[in-house]
Design a protein. Structure first.
Length: 329
């Protein structure tokens, strides 16, 4: 039995609760694989799990995304073999490690043209952008030329969504908290950008859309943008909440949706969409194709050693990061 340097928490809390420990890594059981990581992804969901906003049994190894080499394959696994290059976004957590045993269902073969760092950086964020832009759609659908509002447009998911929206012919209005981040979103395909630290994003959205509002808002910020986001929607528009970077959305009266134009609200998670091997592979194939074509480029702006994971979390929570970040095991 081999061992793996692994980031684990024994209690919920700040970045300091993460400890680098040596853990045994056994053989995969039925439906499982063992993967040795070349790179691990860093995501805001990791912060939610570290703080206990999203609770898991303790002690907990963090991390939902990684890429590496398949070392062993359990009974019943037919889509992967020993030696395959592979990448995944997956529950349960455990990616902050040199190696792990995990369910094979959401692990996909990584095309040779995509390097490990990119694979680790793009799976959770890229598959999230895929289910938002392709599956989380307003009642009237989305057509080329339609306006959509995307908060945190300079983040990992945001920069992928900017490029993918451009490829789909959508006019993406991106928000960010600084002029530099707004410029980054523009360079990656946003049609319009709003610095919400300086501007009233609701007024700007109404101005951009000629007073109509947008068909859909994609919002990972949560509490701070919730009410404004609802006010940006046109009648029958969709409020798609998929994160809580500023804190969870407080309770609200459903009647407000009627007053604001018979609005729809959904709270999606990637893990509902990748619940089966078939759906995971179909979404991954879509992502691999759009990255392979060059229409979407995965920008990795931060790389951290696994031992520096506390600093990585501090940077993420302080909004100091742009694009994607990876941990190097």
């Amino acid at each position: 039995m081999s061992t793996s340097r692994t980031v684990q928490i024994a209690a919920y809390g700040g970045p300091e609760v993460m400890k680098l420990v040596e853990l045994p890594v056994g053989e995969p059981g039925p439906g499982e694989i063992r993967i040795r990581h070349e790179a691990c992804g860093l995501n805001f969901i990791d912060v939610y799990q570290r703080t206990g906003l999203y609770q898991n049994p303790l002690p907990l190894t963090l991390g939902m995304e990684g890429a590496g080499i398949v070392e062993a394959v359990g009974e019943g696994v037919t889509h992967l073999k020993v030696g395959d290059r592979a990448a995944y976004a997956s529950n349960p957590p455990g990616a902050y490690s040199q190696a792990r045993v995990m369910p094979a269902r959401t692990v996909c073969r990584l095309p040779d043209a995509i390097d490990f760092d990119t694979g680790a950086a793009m799976m959770l964020k890229g598959l999230t952008a895929q289910y938002l832009l392709k599956k989380t759609l307003p009642a009237e659908g989305l057509q080329p030329g339609d306006h959509v509002l995307f908060h945190a447009a300079a983040g990992g998911v945001g920069l992928i969504a900017c490029q993918w929206a451009r490829a789909l012919g959508l006019q993406l209005i991106g928000t960010a908290g600084s002029d530099a981040k707004c410029q980054l979103a523009l360079e990656h395909g946003a049609t319009h950008v709003i610095n919400y630290a300086k501007e009233d994003f609701v007024a700007r959205v109404k101005d951009i859309t000629g007073g109509k509002g947008v068909k859909v808002v994609y919002d990972s910020v949560g509490k701070d943008t919730w009410e404004g986001s609802l006010n940006c929607l046109r009648p029958f528009g969709l409020m798609a909440s998929f994160g809580n970077a500023s804190g969870p959305v407080p309770p609200f009266a459903p009647g407000i949706l009627g007053v604001k134009g018979s609005l729809y609200v959904t709270r999606g998670t990637l893990f509902t969409h990748i619940a089966t091997r078939e759906s995971t592979q179909a979404m991954a194939d879509d992502l691999f194709a759009v990255v392979g074509s060059g229409q979407v480029k995965i920008r990795i702006d931060q790389r951290y050693a696994l031992a520096d994971v506390a600093q990585a979390h501090r940077d993420l929570e302080a909004r100091k990061t742009t694009g994607c970040s990876v941990l190097m095991p």
